[in-house]
Design a protein around this ligand. Structure first.
Ligand SMILES: *Cc1c(COP(=O)(O)O)cnc(C)c1O
Length: 376
């Protein structure tokens, strides 16, 4: 017997989309305005006409699946999330292929990670079916907002917050799940540019294992803002954090995982535990293994990286995540070291992995691992 909640045999997408009641906006964006918004969209500044939404109460569970007008939320000042940050989010993209169809990348992985984040933040789990159904229902309603330029996409931002009006410290008995969508152009407007990274030995983005580092939780980002600001004031693009227990091992950037390549055909990345389990990270590990690289997930001491940069054993360093895909690092510095990588130019494997991943996402290369899922 199969049901719509069977985790092994998901319901057909049409059935999932049909659960959403579409309530069209009364103030649709004109074709001219939308064309303007899609011309050179800056990340996260323009939003489509609608949002997907599902409400939850402890008594009734998830209910009222709908697509409604995009617009401000009215929050009572005592709404729990404003006080105790009980909130989680996800990020993925919808890509238009040459034939006009719209696809997304490994959404089941985002759905499962969203459920894990919910568990850690004592929020209710949303099913994989509802997660994917909400994406498809929103993309179908706002299909005209999916850009078709090279390296352009519709960024999808599902999130959930504690909506109960109550100041007591306990898990909220009410929650809202919302998906908003934002057209985005190429992350690097003038071609891919290596970024500079400052390794923070002073601040951490999250705690050791058992903390919230492996949840996609807004509070981790809040904790990263001060070190990020200070690094920017010193002329760096991003901060890399070390493990919170010993400040010894590499962890990740505020919103991207990190990798290094060594001269013996190996590619290394910090092991899971207190870092966010990136879907780009998992995909890069697979694509590198497919190319014959030995992939190593382990604890990576900063001292080893610095020594490797000095000796030339570390040949490439890159960061990865959905928003910027694979981003070469051209300079890595800390309180007592400052190294340029590869003459400040993007590494060869870095760029090959970036190309291969985007080719799969935009339908230019065969999807040999079955990662793509059609939304519309
Ligand atoms: C979202 C995120 C990533 C990247 O995850 P992807 O699934 O590859 O987009 C990495 N680190 C942190 C802290 C994140 O929040």
């Amino acid at each position: 017997m199969t049901t719509t909640t069977d985790p092994i045999l998901p319901a057909p997408l049409e059935d999932l989309v049909a659960l959403f009641d579409v309530r069209p906006t009364d103030v649709p964006t004109s074709d001219a305005e939308r064309a303007e918004a899609l011309r050179a969209p800056k990340f996260g500044t323009k939003f489509t006409d609608h949002m997907a939404r599902i409400s939850w109460t402890a008594a009734d569970g998830w209910k009222d699946r709908r697509i409604e007008k995009y617009g401000p939320l009215q929050l009572d000042p005592a709404t729990a999330v404003l006080h105790y940050a009980q909130e989680i989010f996800e990020g993925l993209k919808a890509y238009k292929h040459a034939d006009g169809s719209v696809w997304t990348f490994r959404p089941d992985e985002n759905a499962r990670r969203f459920a894990r984040s919910a568990h850690r933040l004592a929020l209710p789990a949303l099913s994989v079916d509802d997660f994917i159904g909400s994406l498809a229902a929103l993309v179908r309603t706002d299909i005209e907002w999916v850009p078709d330029g090279e390296d352009s996409s519709l960024y999808l931002r599902p999130f959930m917050y504690a909506s109960e009006v109550f100041l007591g410290v306990r898990p909220s008995t009410e929650a809202e799940y919302i998906v908003i969508a934002s057209p985005v152009g190429p992350y690097f407007s003038g071609g891919v540019q290596p970024v500079s990274i400052y390794v923070s030995e002073q601040y951490h983005r999250a705690g050791p294992p058992g903390g919230t580092g492996d949840a996609k939780f807004g509070g981790n980002y809040a904790a990263s803002l001060l070190p990020q600001l200070q690094a920017q004031q010193e002329g760096f693009d991003q901060v890399c954090f070390l493990d919170a227990a010993s400040s010894t091992y590499l962890e990740e950037l505020g919103g991207m995982n990190v990798f290094l390549v060594t001269d013996d055909q190996k590619i290394h990345t910090p092991e899971l535990g207190s870092i966010l389990e990136g879907i780009t990270r998992a995909s890069v590990l697979q694509l590198a293994a497919d190319r014959g690289y030995e992939v190593v997930e382990r604890r990576i001491p900063l001292s080893e990286v610095v020594a490797g940069l000095e000796s030339g054993r570390v040949t490439e360093f890159f960061a990865c995540g959905t928003a910027a895909v694979v981003t070469p690092v051209g300079r890595l510095a800390g309180s007592s070291f400052d190294h340029e990588l590869n003459g400040g130019k993007p590494g060869e494997l870095t760029m090959a992995l970036r190309q291969e991943l985007t080719d799969i996402q935009y339908g230019r290369a065969a999807d040999r691992h079955g990662w793509m899922r059609r939304l519309a």
